[in-house]
Design a protein around this ligand. Structure first.
Ligand code: PLP
Length: 394
């Protein structure tokens, strides 16, 4: 048995493509072409060249002496925060823009919550000279002003979505609506391992560069290519999928997913999907999602806009269901404290999303000689104002 995708587009019982008939053409076109295109030699050459010279890969695997001493174990940080545009998101947008070019698309649409995926999409559209339209909830446009400005500077149109709760899930609905209306010339760059098949698999493959590099880097530093534990935060789950990808079926490696419990799992203001969610369908995929008794999607909450999503990708729903991965929920306060600690211990200000993963060391004990790799998914520049307000730093 494998924890990776099967030939029908499922991870165990999760995944698939539950789409309105109007999207069938687009999804079928992608499904029939993505693997062939991605595996072409010319595609791989171009993808790897851009990852190297444009994104700045490989990202370092940094041994954190200070965290290791403090928690009496061996902690490595995979530095996705050092990528161009400040997070792992760019790995996926580079892959998808190359795919869109191969499919002869001239117009790109995307959804964004915190704006990191919007910025990464606007960036590759500028690079490749394609038109870019980013859908973003009106509420998120207000709370993520610096990223809105970045997208506009890069030449993208940012469209304010005022339906529903005016956040990420509503922006996603609006992007899907656009795609239905523009099926021929448009590619939709989905920002995480969510959405109908083949998006979760496609995004996971593009992000798998993270674990491919970890293998090589650990081999050089530790003389073996696998860690004992691998840890990442999970919003939709793309940085986690990339970090775990090469180790999914290697049972020597323990997988830990960190979710955001917001103000507490039972507070009514949470995004801890595996604790609160049930099986259902969101944005074209069968997965775990937070829902009301009659099956309407619940409003999630987290201090971090990137983890503020009511579902998780089908790959993670399966890792949870099969107990292949351990899921831990971290609340706002624990995350913020861990973010401040890394800033002042190591001189690295992490994104608040990543801070959730970092808080694990206060919640779980590891052995002295365990080798742990934690994916530092992004940098905290976009979150500075939040940190400063939260801690009352003057
Ligand atoms: C978007 C984002 C996340 C959450 O998205 P995933 O798809 O779960 O990775 C986590 N960290 C950072 C820095 C992000 O920008």
């Amino acid at each position: 048995m494998s924890y990776n995708i099967d030939t029908k587009g499922y991870y165990g019982k999760f995944g698939g493509a539950y789409i309105p008939e109007m999207l069938l053409h687009n999804i079928t076109e992608l499904k029939e072409n993505y693997q062939r295109i991605i595996n072409e030699k010319s595609f791989q050459l171009k993808f790897n060249e851009l990852l190297k010279n444009y994104v700045g890969r490989p990202s370092p695997l940094y041994f954190s002496r200070k965290l290791s001493d403090k928690y009496s174990t061996k902690i490595y940080l995979k530095r996705e925060d050092l990528n161009h545009t400040g997070s792992h998101k760019i790995n996926n947008t580079i892959g998808q823009i190359l795919l869109a070019k191969k499919l002869k698309k001239s117009r790109i649409i995307a959804e964004t919550g915190a704006g990191q995926h919007g910025v990464a999409t606007a960036t590759v559209c500028a690079l490749m000279g394609l038109k870019c339209i980013v859908y973003m909830g009106a509420k998120d446009i207000k709370r993520q002003a610096p990223n809105v400005a970045r997208m506009k500077m890069l030449g993208a149109d940012v469209i304010s979505v005022k339906s529903g709760s005016s956040t990420l899930k509503d922006a996603t609905n609006e992007a899907m609506r656009d795609w239905i209306n523009n099926p021929v010339n448009t590619h939709y760059i989905v920002g995480s391992v969510v959405g109908p098949h083949p998006f979760p698999d496609m995004v996971a493959r593009f992000q798998s560069i993270i674990s491919k590099e970890i293998k090589k880097q650990l081999m050089v530093i530790e003389g073996r290519d696998y860690p004992d534990y691998i840890i990442a935060c999970v919003g939709g789950g793309s940085n986690a999928a990339g970090t775990f990808y090469e180790y999914l079926d290697d049972e020597r490696v323990n997988i830990i997913c960190v979710e955001a419990s917001g103000k507490g799992v039972s507070s009514g203001q949470s995004a801890a999907t595996t604790k609160l969610g049930k099986i259902g369908i969101i944005h074209g995929s069968k997965t775990l999602l937070m829902q009301t008794e009659d099956g309407q999607i619940s409003e999630p909450y987290s201090i971090s806009a990137g983890l503020d999503y009511p579902g998780i990708g089908p790959i993670h729903a399966n890792l949870f269901e099969t107990k292949r991965a351990e899921f831990i929920a971290i609340d706002d306060d624990e995350a913020m404290t861990a973010g401040l600690q890394l800033s002042q211990l190591e001189g690295i200000i992490p994104a608040i999303e990543t801070s959730h993963a970092l808080a694990i060391f206060e919640n779980k004990r590891f052995n002295k000689d365990d080798i742990i790799v934690l994916n530092l998914s992004g940098r905290g520049d976009k979150d500075l104002e939040n940190y400063i307000k939260y801690f009352g730093i003057k």
